[in-house]
Design a protein around this ligand. Structure first.
Ligand code: AMP
Length: 281
């Protein structure tokens, strides 16, 4: 496994690989890897000649007062996990490599990114898109694998790649959950046992909403939102951010549920830890 820390070396390597006709599969992450991340790596490896994983806690996607300093990190463990998964290249740039003094360009998507998570985190997707544009230019992937857990992020990135004519395929892989249903997330490491109990209400409420649609045939959006909201807000540590039923292709709110197209999305703070989750209907 090759560990690359410099942007110049990463770009020269990927340009060289493409000149050899190699298919590059890329998985961008912020590290502290869990089985959700590793499932994306497996998808990349299955399709690609060369798998590239980036590990970079991107400061520009954290807002003022968010958890950049507290964000869990363990590079040694991450590198071991990548090695065990037979990743070909791990790209681990420093903040100075990615954002040298004088860096003054940001890339913004102005439709999908402004709603849902974009309301309470108004600069978040600008940071995500900017880092993805940079990483795509450095790693030159044929395809990039994102997780369904961050559904809005995947839609925003797909839109950006289309709008900016990136010759890249965006692949979205299913959400990996703990046995009790909690969607795996790096931020779960910040939860104490009491908070984790309440965090479980995200998936529990989503599955209850899904069951009303799938098993009872309910198509009324307000009925589903009120079911999900009721279960989720019963938790003492829970502060609801949003519950919405959206079109999975464009994240626009649905007037009526359409199975196969609609998705329930939720975001909530469990005390100071903000979590998101979603389920397809
Ligand atoms: P992060 O390190 O949180 O920025 O996530 C890196 C990538 O892993 C993103 O594409 C996420 O959507 C994806 N991811 C995070 N959690 C999960 C999960 N539980 N299942 C599948 N993919 C995930």
């Amino acid at each position: 496994m090759q560990v690359i820390r410099s942007v110049n070396e990463m770009q020269a390597t990927s340009i060289g690989l493409r000149a050899e006709g190699k298919l590059i599969g890329f998985v961008p992450t912020m590290g502290y890897l869990h089985d959700g991340h590793l499932s994306l790596v497996e998808v990349a490896k299955a399709k690609a000649d060369v798998s590239v994983v980036s590990i970079f806690v991107n400061p520009t996607q954290f807002g003022v007062g968010e958890d950049l300093e507290r964000y869990p990190r363990d590079l040694e463990r991450d590198l071991k996990l990548c090695e065990d998964c037979s990743v070909d290249i791990v790209f681990v740039p420093s903040t100075e490599e990615m954002y040298p003094a004088g860096h003054s360009t940001q890339v913004e998507e102005t439709a999908v990114a402004t709603d849902l998570c974009g309301v309470s985190r108004p600069t978040h997707f600008r940071g995500v898109i900017t880092i993805c544009v940079k990483l795509f230019n450095l790693c030159r992937p044929d395809f990039v694998v994102f997780g369904q857990k961050d559904a809005q992020q995947a839609v925003v990135i797909r839109r950006m790649a289309e709008d900016l004519n990136f010759p890249v395929e965006i692949v979205v892989a299913p959400t990996v959950r703990d046995e009790d249903g909690l969607a795996m997330s790096t931020r779960n490491a910040c939860l104490d046992p009491r908070q984790r109990e309440d965090a479980l209400l995200l998936s529990r409420s989503l599955f209850a909403g899904k069951s009303l649609v799938d098993d009872k045939g309910i198509r009324n959006v307000d009925r589903i939102k009120s079911e999900v909201t009721g279960i989720l807000t019963a938790g003492r540590c829970v502060r609801l951010n949003y519950v919405e039923v959206v079109n999975r292709e464009n994240m626009e709110t649905e007037a009526e549920i359409e199975p196969g197209r609609s998705m329930i999305v939720v975001a909530a703070w469990i005390d100071e830890v903000r979590l998101i989750d979603n389920v397809m209907l």
